[in-house]
Design a binder for this molecule. Structure first.
Ligand SMILES: *Cc1c(COP(=O)(O)O)cnc(C)c1O
Length: 355
C-alpha cells in the first residue's frame, strides 16, 4: 500500500551539538519523530514532525491500565554511509503480536517499515559513524483515550523515536538467579513487549544490583527451576559443544537477535537445541567442567558474556574459553554495517534523504 506520510522539518538540526565520541545514554533524541493516530477503527494521519512534547489527558488509559507496548531496533551505516535497518519486518510483526495480547489494534506492517525508512533517511546525520555505535529506534504504541473504566481503548498513538547510542563495552556480566520474584507465568504477558513487564522487573533488578549483580536471571513461575531469560536479553549456554537456549514456551520474549544467533550458529555447523533447561543443570555443568560459555542476546547489547550466576548464596562460574559467541557477535556486527556479505538477507537498505 502507498501511504502519504506528511513531513514537517525542523528549521535547524540540533545534530551539531552532539559529540559522537561521547553520547549520553538514552537522553539524546533526534530532530524528528514519526506519529500516527488510531481513531474510529483506523490508523490515520501518518506524519513526521519535530521531536517534542505530546499533550496528554490525565485520564489517558495507558497511564492507568497499561495498554502500552514497544519495540527496540537499530539503524547502522554501511561502508558507503547509507543507512541500513536490521530485519525491521520482524519488529513490525512482533509489535502486532504484542498488540494482540494486550487488546490493542494492529499497526500496518508495511507502514511500520515505511515510517522507519523515512525517519531514518531524514535523520541519517544522527547515525553515529563509530564502530559499535548505532541509531537506536524505539517504535511504540499506547492508549491515549481519556476514559475511566476497564475496557480496550478506542484511541491510540503509534510513535517512532530515534536516539543515537554509543558503543556498548561488553564486560562480562553477573546474573542473579531469582527464586522469589517472577517475570512471566504461563498464560501471562511474558511474550509481549508490554511496558508493564518491565515495571514489574524494576524492583527485583534493583535488589539484584544491590547484591553486586548486573541483571536478573528469570526462572519459571511455577517451580523457580527452569531458565527463561535475562532483563532484555535471551540466554544461550554452551554445554559439551552444544548450544542450548530455552524454548519459546509463551513466557519468553521472541528475540530477533536470538533467532538470528540460532541461524548463524547452525550455519557454522554447531548444534543448537531449544528446550527446557534448569538452573540445576547449569550448576552441574559448571561443576563438572562442561559449561563452556553462556551469553545473553538482544538488540541493545548484541551479545553479552556471562561471567557467573548467583544462586541462593552460591556462585556458578562460567568458563571463558572457546568463546564462539564472540565470533558470532563480530560476524553479526559486520553484517549490520555492510562489511560482510548479507548471506541471510537480513538487511534493508534505505537511502539518505529518501524524503
Ligand atoms: C527486547 C527483549 C529481548 C531481545 O529481543 P531482540 O529482538 O533480540 O532485541 C529479550 N528479552 C526481553 C524480555 C526483551 O524485552
Amino acid at each position: 500500500m502507498n501511504y502519504n506520510i506528511s513531513i514537517t522539518k525542523v528549521e535547524k538540526s540540533r545534530v551539531d551539538h552532539l559529540d559522537f565520541n561521547n553520547i549520553p545514554l538514552g537522553t539524546t533524541f533526534t530532530d524528528h519523530m514519526f506519529i500516527c493516530d488510531y481513531e474510529n477503527g483506523k490508523w490515520i494521519n501518518p506524519r513526521i514532525v519535530p521531536m517534542g512534547m505530546i499533550p496528554t489527558h490525565p485520564a489517558a488509559m495507558a497511564l492507568h491500565y497499561g495498554q502500552a507496548i514497544f519495540e527496540g531496533m537499530k539503524a547502522y551505516k554501511d561502508t558507503e554511509g547509507e543507512p541500513m535497518l536490521f530485519r525491521p519486518e520482524q519488529n513490525a510483526s512482533r509489535l502486532n503480536k504484542s498488540a494482540d495480547r494486550m487488546g490493542m489494534p494492529n499497526f500496518p506492517e508495511d507502514l511500520f517499515v515505511e515510517g522507519l525508512k523515512e525517519l531514518v533517511s531524514l535523520e541519517h546525520n544522527w547515525i553515529p559513524p563509530q564502530q559499535g555505535s548505532a541509531l537506536y529506534l524505539r517504535p511504540f504504541m499506547y492508549a491515549d483515550e481519556p476514559f475511566i473504566g476497564m475496557r480496550a481503548a478506542t484511541h491510540y498513538k503509534f510513535i517512532i523515536m530515534a536516539s543515537p547510542a554509543g558503543p556498548f563495552f561488553s564486560k562480562r556480566i553477573k546474573l542473579w538467579a531469582e527464586k522469589q520474584f517472577i517475570r512471566a507465568a504461563s498464560g501471562g504477558t511474558g511474550e509481549a513487549k508490554a511496558a508493564g513487564n518491565y515495571a514489574a522487573a524494576i524492583r527485583p533488578t534493583e535488589l539484584a544490583k544491590s547484591k553486586g549483580y548486573d541483571q536478573v536471571l528469570w526462572l519459571d513461575a511455577a517451580e523457580h527451576k527452569y531458565i527463561q531469560e535475562v532483563g532484555t536479553m535471551n540466554i544461550f549456554f554452551k554445554i559439551n559443544g552444544e548450544f542450548i537456549t530455552p524454548e519459546l514456551d509463551g513466557s519468553v520474549l521472541h528475540g530477533i537477535t536470538r533467532a538470528s544467533v540460532i541461524d548463524m550458529l547452525s550455519a557454522m555447523n554447531y548444534s543448537v537445541t531449544e528446550r527446557k533447561i534448569t538452573i540445576d543443570e547449569i550448576k552441574e555443568a559448571s561443576t563438572n567442567g562442561t559449561l563452556e560459555e553462556a551469553f545473553g542476546t538482544g538488540t541493545a547489547v548484541g551479545i553479552a558474556y556471562i561471567q557467573d550466576i548467583g544462586l541462593e548464596g552460591e556462585t556458578i562460574h562460567v568458563s571463558d574459553e572457546s568463546p564462539v559467541g564472540l565470533e558470532v557477535n563480530d560476524t553479526l556486527n559486520a553484517i549490520k554495517t555492510g562489511q560482510l556479505e548479507d548471506k541471510f538477507g537480513w538487511m534493508l537498505k534505505t537511502r539518505k534523504e529518501l524524503v
